[in-house]
Design a protein around this ligand. Structure first.
Ligand code: SAM
Length: 339
């Protein structure tokens, strides 16, 4: 059974009072929206009609109402209604004069060359999106990425005044937008910090993969524990926030090079003298992640969280890959502290 009690913030205060609240926050959002900016508001039937009406009252220019279709909705247990399988998302510009951004071509390309319709079938959040904890109304990253790709450009500033687990901020950072969020609940704020910090570190690594040669060094080996294990307890350990190491993917192909590795290690060394762990630091995220880089195309084929290389390789095989698909494997260990 699916709980309908999502939190005190979701409790109705009656239709008039709910509408007054919607009008108040929408007016504040409209005030700070740039002249050509736009706003997206999602909601189920109990709230979205009030939001749409408030927008009309305030003079927003309504652009579209998107039906977000959930392919596997929870069943309707009462059997007295159709299964709720959609959520409406209203897209509106600040006012009638606005010349809002719409990346029409990009949306068409994303939709295999056909004009994108206002019905979007997007799966609910995948398990990797909930690995830092759950929010009762968490949106899929794919949904927010589509919204931001359609209506914002790199470098734009995005605000989510009801951030929850910060899916909007995460999608914005992944797409190189700036983002600000507001959230009432301290638990959801902690979840957001964990989620964002962890993903930002991964993002830096994937950018590094694009910019540097990924040829493995001669005589590949596990370099992750070369004299570093005692670092853990040292008061001023010199460990950067993230470090990477390579593992051979298959013994047959060893190339010259290693720019990527040396770049990562030199970056870690560069931080060595600047990061000094103080006892007040709070560890908020710790993980060991493995990236399998493909043999045919040197792209990341598969990433997984695992305690050991053996476990990661087993998961790689369980996902339908064979050992020879990977040219090599990058292991990163990440610890994030709130200073
Ligand atoms: C629908 S959820 C947002 C979920 C979010 N889209 C996500 O993917 O996780 C709304 C959030 O707004 C927060 N909230 C409610 N009223 C608020 C207020 N007045 N100021 C800031 N946050 C508020 C709630 O705590 C809740 O986490």
């Amino acid at each position: 059974m699916v709980s309908v009690h999502k939190g005190d913030w979701d409790k109705s205060r009656g239709p008039e009072s709910n509408h007054e609240f919607n009008r108040a926050w929408l007016a504040a959002a409209q005030r700070i929206l740039k002249p050509n900016g736009s706003i997206w508001v999602s909601g189920t039937a109990h709230v979205i009609h009030s939001v749409g009406f408030a927008m009309q009252q305030l003079g927003f220019k309504l652009l579209n109402d998107i039906s977000w279709v959930k392919p596997n909705p929870p069943p309707n247990l009462s059997c007295r209604y159709f299964t709720h399988a959609t959520e409406t998302i209203i897209w509106a510009a600040k006012d009638k004069k606005s010349r809002h951004t719409f990346h029409y071509k990009l949306m068409k390309e994303t939709n295999r060359g056909k004009q994108m319709k206002s019905v979007w079938e997007i799966r609910p959040p995948e398990s990797w999106e909930k690995r830092h904890g759950k929010h009762p109304t968490q949106k899929p990253v794919a949904l927010l990425e589509r919204i931001l790709l359609a209506s914002t450009s790199e470098g734009d500033l995005v605000l989510d005044p009801f951030a929850g687990s910060s899916t909007t901020l995460l999608a914005a950072f992944r797409l190189r937008r700036n983002a600000v969020g507001c959230e009432l609940d301290a638990e959801f704020l902690t979840l957001s910090v964990r989620r964002l910090c962890s993903n930002l570190v991964q993002l830096e690594i994937s950018v590094a993969c694009l910019h540097f040669s990924v040829d493995p060094p001669r005589n590949p080996m596990d370099r992750s524990c070369s004299g570093r294990s005692s670092d853990r307890s040292a008061p001023c350990s010199g460990r950067g926030p993230s470090r990477a190491s390579f593992h051979e993917g298959a013994p047959s192909s060893v190339c010259e090079g290693g720019d990527f590795f040396s770049n990562i290690t030199s970056r870690a060394n560069a931080t060595k003298h600047t990061i000094c762990m103080s006892p007040q630091l709070q560890l908020v995220q710790q993980e060991r992640r493995f990236y399998f880089v493909g043999r045919a195309k040197r792209e990341i084929l598969f990433t997984v969280l695992a305690d050991s290389l053996d476990e990661a390789r087993q998961k790689f095989r369980n996902a339908g890959n064979s050992d020879s698909d990977a040219l090599f494997i990058i292991k990163t260990e990440t610890e994030i502290y709130i200073a």
